[in-house]
Structure formats: structure tokens, C-alpha cells
Design a binder for this molecule. Structure first.
Ligand code: PGA
Length: 242
């Protein structure tokens, strides 16, 4: 398992269902990778493209977007933690809101996937966040508390798990919470239980070149999970630049 303590910040590109060989070749050719190797830059392509990137990447880490909660067996179409490890994948996003909403993933699924990944020595990046309705009904902290309680397994700690706070209403919308709101929410997560005090927490949701520096410079924000803007090498390059 990769040593999380050697990094000062994390920038995770979530490519979702985008990209092909041509796109990957151009992206990797043109992306400027920061000299500062305390920045951990992770690319999460489709599972089919993991191997292709693993043979080409330099100065980048590899992440998957999802994994099965089962070790092996009759689960057609699923991808195991062991197969991620075989491809030298260091990270895996778990419980992204698109998985929760479109594929009905539950906290139990998130918990089991996180546990399997830790056992396989792959770092889970567990996504939590409130919907707009939760926010409007002032239920954000209740929702986050439930996701932390039920989705994060006992064996998770600050050396083997990352948390990404992603307000669902901010994903792909161009909307973001204010800096103060992000700060307060990360503070809530870190202090929800002493267990979370030292966890690294990334922010995700409409991060782009024009807002990334301010968000990541908040003292309790340890990096960013980036969707749309991570598909443009120049935009993503600006987000990760020194
Ligand atoms: P976005 O997506 O940066 O396009 O808002 C973030 C995510 O889905 O993780």
C-alpha cells in the first residue's frame, strides 16, 4: 500500500465514462506534471483503460472508479480488488454519488468495498456528500454523519483511507459551496469522531483552474477530486501546477 504520509496534497482526476486510447495518448503527452513530488496526482480512467495508462504514465498514480464488494465468484461484469492490485492500481474511488444514485449503492456496499480495498492494499477514496434537498433542509451534517458511521469500516484509518467531501449539488453544475462552507464541513468531518482527526479530506464538485488554488489552500482541505476539468490537459495542468 502506498504511504499516504509522503504527500502534502492529492489531486484525483475522475474521468468517469470518458476517454479512449487516442485521448489518453494526447492527454499524457501534453499534461505538465508538477516537479514537486509531494503532490500526488491520480488519474482514474475507465477500468478498461487502467492497464493502458499503467504502461505509459510517469509521475502519475493510477486509480479505479469503482470495485466489487466481493473478492471473487459468480458476479458477472464486476472487477475485483485483486485485479486492481495486479495492475498496480494504488487508489480506488468508492461511493461516488453517481454510483449511489444511478446504481443504488448503499452504505453497506461502500463499507464492504472500502474494507476489501484496504485488505488488498489499495487506498479507497470514499466519497460523501449531501444532496441539494439535504442542504435546503439543513440536514447536511446528519447525512455526513450517517455516511461516516455506516460507510467507513472499522479498519479504516488515516494511513489507509482518503475521504472526499463532494456535495452532490456541486458535481458537474458549476456551483460550489463558499470557501467558508467547505472549511466548516471539513472541520465537521475531522471532528465528528477522534478517529477522523488525521484523515486527509479532499474536496470535489466543480473544481476548476479558477477556484482550485483557493479551495486547496484551506488548511483542512488536503486536495481535490476533479471531474469535468480533469479531462482538459491544460485546465487540469493548471489545477495541479506548483
Ligand atoms: P465535477 O465532478 O468536477 O465535474 O463537478 C466531480 C466528481 O464527480 O467527482
Amino acid at each position: 500500500m502506498i504511504n499516504l504520509n509522503k504527500f502534502s496534497s492529492y489531486f484525483v482526476a475522475n474521468w468517469k465514462l470518458n476517454g479512449d486510447f487516442n485521448f489518453i495518448d494526447q492527454f499524457l503527452d501534453q499534461l505538465k506534471i508538477p516537479k514537486n513530488d509531494s503532490k500526488c496526482v491520480v488519474i482514474c480512467p475507465t477500468s478498461v483503460h487502467l492497464n493502458y495508462i499503467s504502461t505509459k504514465k510517469k509521475g502519475l498514480y493510477l486509480g479505479a472508479q469503482n470495485v466489487s464488494q466481493y473478492k471473487s465468484g459468480a458476479f458477472t461484469g464486476e472487477i475485483s480488488c485483486q485485479s486492481l492490485l495486479d495492475l498496480k492500481v494504488d487508489f480506488c474511488i468508492v461511493g461516488h454519488s453517481e454510483r449511489r444514485q444511478k446504481y443504488f449503492e448503499t452504505e453497506i456496499d461502500v463499507n464492504q468495498k472500502t474494507q476489501q480495498l484496504i485488505d488488498a492494499k489499495v487506498i479507497p477514496i470514499v466519497c460523501i456528500g449531501e444532496t441539494l434537498e439535504d442542504k435546503e433542509n439543513k440536514r447536511t451534517t446528519n447525512i455526513l454523519a450517517k455516511q461516516l458511521d455506516d460507510g467507513i469500516p472499522e479498519i479504516s484509518n488515516s494511513n489507509n483511507t482518503l475521504i472526499a467531501y463532494e456535495p452532490v449539488w456541486a458535481i458537474g453544475t458549476g456551483l460550489t459551496p463558499t470557501l467558508d462552507e467547505i472549511y466548516q464541513t471539513h472541520e465537521f468531518i475531522k471532528n465528528y469522531d477522534t478517529k477522523f482527526n488525521n484523515f486527509k479530506i479532499l474536496y470535489g464538485g466543480s473544481v476548476k483552474a479558477s477556484n482550485a488554488k483557493k479551495i486547496v489552500s484551506l488548511s483542512n482541505v488536503d486536495g481535490a477530486l476533479i471531474g469535468g476539468a480533469s479531462l482538459k490537459h491544460d485546465e487540469f495542468g493548471k489545477i495541479i501546477e506548483d
